[in-house]
Ligand binder design. Structure first.
Ligand SMILES: Cc1cc2nc3c(=O)[nH]c(=O)nc-3n(C[C@H](O)[C@H](O)[C@H](O)COP(=O)(O)OP(=O)(O)OC[C@H]3O[C@@H](n4cnc5c(N)ncnc54)[C@H](O)[C@@H]3O)c2cc1C
Length: 412
């Protein structure tokens, strides 16, 4: 292992797996939509996805400890107290003035034509399990996806065994937690700190938007099982400590993401009038969850560290490097990085712009043309999709147009 010839052979074998998986699923779902917004077509043909343009630490030393941003939780105010379940309520708009804008943000969703990839392969004496390509639904699918990963591992190698998890976004952390809890020894290696991941910038609604579902997963019920397992996991941690809250989403129409939620998890009801002050809008309310990514990720990382999981900074340049790790089991959860790392041409970047406004007491979510997710750290406005773009530099005109649409909705 490790010599040049075996490296080339390994690359050929594994590349074949990735290409085969992409081709197999390519007809499953080509068209994606964000909450009633511009359709996001995943381009039909594209060369291997470029490496992501997320900010990277300069020439990081191999396996230096990653800091846990523990101070973040202390800064968060308490949960807003107003009840949001009253359909006769008349909620006021958050302050949508220019003075309320905290920042513009851009993030890049790790899309994958043919669907997210949660599957195992065995080669060169190692078990490699992939968990990536969740598009605009990686928060939603994370805990359930991790349970699927655990099933794949446990069926092949029972604990206690050592596992290396590559990637410290929500997919990697969720897998680390599931495996640790099942009795595996876990360490996490990732290119960058938590705050620099896509997961950190996500809006955080529990709704599987902008993700292609593998054909097999919708037919077999696996997609629904992932949703149910995720929902059960998140509700177990519901509350301020983990940044998870039940929230009604008032929507002018049923969005793709909300529409995919099983009705018993996310009950919905038509409304003659959405309960907001200002211009009247018909619509519906769907009960869902808000998972505040910075709070949740910080708490999850703290939990892992407290339970003995080591985090190291390391950038992997090729799949061969995964096979040279000492652990017999490797979980590959590098999000957009997978396009380059395992040479998967089905991975596509789907950029999205966000506006962060000053937080307030607004215990509801709104989906109209785009979305408004009030959280404790910011009122997050978003919903744009720029298919093929992997830029994390905010696009100010698009951000301003997101803001303008929300002003029109509230008549301000
Ligand atoms: C604007 C926006 C809004 C969103 N809103 C929602 C929402 O409301 N609900 C929802 O469910 N989802 C939402 N998402 C989607 C969600 O953020 C992603 O699907 C999810 O964060 C993907 O998580 P991940 O862990 O797979 O990838 P990431 O968070 O990108 O983490 C990947 C990890 O892999 C590491 N890595 C990458 N390449 C390498 C390498 N070569 N070597 C070593 N490490 C590497 C990175 O450093 C990182 O630690 C949103 C996304 C965006 C951009």
């Amino acid at each position: 292992m490790g010599n040049e010839q075996s490296g080339v052979r390994r690359r050929e074998v594994l590349r074949g797996v990735a290409l085969g998986a992409a081709a197999l699923g390519s007809g499953a779902c080509g068209s994606l939509r964000a909450g009633g917004e511009a359709p996001a077509e995943i381009p039909p043909a594209e060369p291997a996805a470029a490496p992501p343009a997320q900010p990277r630490p300069a020439a990081a030393a191999l396996e230096t400890p990653l800091e846990a941003p523990a101070e973040h939780l202390a800064e968060l105010p308490a949960e807003p107290t107003a009840a949001a379940s009253d359909p006769d309520a008349n909620f006021a708009a958050p302050d949508l003035g220019d003075g309320s804008v905290l920042r513009f943000v851009a993030g890049v969703r790790p899309g994958r034509r043919g669907g997210y990839r949660i599957e195992a392969e065995e080669a060169y004496g190692k078990l490699l399990v992939h968990d990536y390509g969740h598009g605009g639904a990686g928060i939603t699918l994370s805990l359930g996806g991790a349970q699927e990963v655990l099933d794949l591992v446990r069926a092949r190698q029972a604990p206690p065994r050592d596992v290396a998890v590559i990637g410290a976004g929500i997919s990697g952390l969720a897998c680390a937690h599931a495996l640790l809890t099942a009795g595996y020894g876990v360490r996490v290696l990732a290119r960058e700190r938590l705050e620099r991941t896509t997961s950190w910038v996500a809006g955080g609604q529990f709704a599987p938007s902008l993700v292609s579902i593998p054909r097999g997963d919708s037919g077999s019920g696996r997609f629904e099982r992932i949703l149910r397992r995720s929902f059960a996991g998140f509700t177990r941690w519901e509350g301020e400590e983990w940044g998870i809250f039940r929230r009604p989403n008032f929507a002018t129409s049923l969005t793709q993401g909300l529409g995919r939620l099983p009705a018993d998890l996310a009950p919905r009801q038509e409304l003659e009038r959405l309960p907001f002050a200002g211009p009247e809008h018909r619509g519906l309310v769907v009960q869902t969850l808000m998972i505040e990514p910075p709070a949740f990720l910080t708490r999850l990382q703290q939990e892992l560290i407290a339970r003995g999981v080591a985090f190291s900074e390391r950038t992997f340049g090729s799949i061969e490097e995964l096979f040279d790790l000492p652990e017999p089991i490797v979980i590959h959860a590098t999000g957009l990085g997978a396009g380059h790392l395992v040479e998967d041409p089905a991975v596509v970047p789907l950029a999205g712009q966000l506006v962060h406004l000053a937080p307030g007491d607004h215990p509801w979510l709104l989906s109209n043309s785009g979305y408004m997710f009030p959280r404790r750290d910011a009122v997050v406005l978003g919903g744009s999709v720029e298919s093929g773009s992997n830029s994390t530099v905010p696009d100010e005109p698009r951000c301003r147009s997101i803001l303008a649409r929300h002003r029109r909705f509230f008549g301000v």
